[in-house]
Write a protein that binds this ligand. Sequence first.
Ligand code: PLP
Length: 447
Amino acid sequence: MNHDRSRELYDRALSVLAGGVNSSVRATRPYPFVIERGDGAHVIDADGNRYLDYVMGYGPLLYGHDAPDQVQSAIQRHASQGPMYGGPTEIEVDHAEFVARHVPSVEMLRFVNSGTEATVSAVRLARAYTGRDKIVIMQGGYHGAQESTLVEAGDDPYHTHPSSPGIPEEFAEHTIAVPFNDEAAIREVFEERGDEIAAVLTEPILANYGIVMPVDGYHEALRDLCDDHGSLLIFDEVITGFRVGGLQCAQGKFGVTPDLTTFGKIIGGGFPVGAIGGPAEIIEHFTPSGEVFQSGTFSGHPVTMAAGHEYLRYAAEHDVYDHVNALGDRLRSGIQDICEDQAPEYTVVGTDSMFKTVFTREAPETFEGHCEGGCRQRESCPRYETCPKTGADTAAAATERWERVFWQEMKERGIWLTANQFESQFVSYVHTDADIEETLEAYKEAL
Ligand code: PLP
């Protein structure tokens, strides 16, 4: 593949954009290909190379680069008649009603402009509502570029440290980090400090650390601990929302209802978005009905609301989730077969339309069955021993080989995966069986 034009554009970008990009994860080595446009399940770069896209904008693009007509005409209509006003609109009410009707934990929402804004506001709301300062997060979980959660684990759950310069140590003092899926660890924290904890904030599935599914009973234990100690349970469904578990999201799939839910990505139909949802009794603490500050010039942007609303309405009226989940199953099972045949030090993880191939720490002895994705690591599974169960497992399993070798090999075969070894990949409604076959052939060669 020729990448001359990408290299030229990236050189220009390097002198005016930090690291040549607007989100650090995009700065792939030695230089990223510069994207000119999308086409169905593909992106086309500035040199005219086509790539089958499983990055999907890091999650929002449920319909790939070819949204249904009703989405596209709603976007055009709202863009041409405003495009924004700084006042309330009907479309934001329509969208809020739809989300509240389908997601178990949501009675009322506030729309914001990014997943980061959503988690910042959710943490502030939880602290104000409970009158407590501490939050518990999962080691390796990601909740956006916010000071409270950009922490690294210390010697014990209480001594976390900022993971970026510019964040005062004092901020991390309020953040407790425990390993995901370790019920004993969080139980101990609640026994010692339960009356100081405002909230437990976790993704229902760790989707930024490989893909780590919850073990049976883990979310139920979090729910009980929060109830027993007067803390709030916050599910960060920025990735899993309307991706896993269909219109009920991951909380519907797992049957555990959090107090607050944060959303982003898919609910904006490809435009910048975030939201915080929960019972009116909590959400109404936001101003003006309550006292907790929350505001945003672009919040509830009409074009975003229209795109997101039509995205979800289309999914409610068509077999979107059956289709993308079946493609996800086919892809995971095909990749797993290839791993078993050729590279047993790899395994595939994921559920619904999310997948990632990770390096396991050691080659599994035998694989007699396939992981069905979403099996939640039942002990009866033949792969139970080697399947990642905690963030630390996955971190140990993944290596730089992902980006340096495997990702590059796939890219040169026209398959675009997330370059970061921990970030999930996504199948969209416009991927086809032929795309899956092409991807599996590329896996065979690259592995
Ligand atoms: N929460 C989770 C689980 C995410 O995966 C992300 C981003 O990937 C965020 C929050 C932050 O969202 P945004 O990048 O829209 O600020």
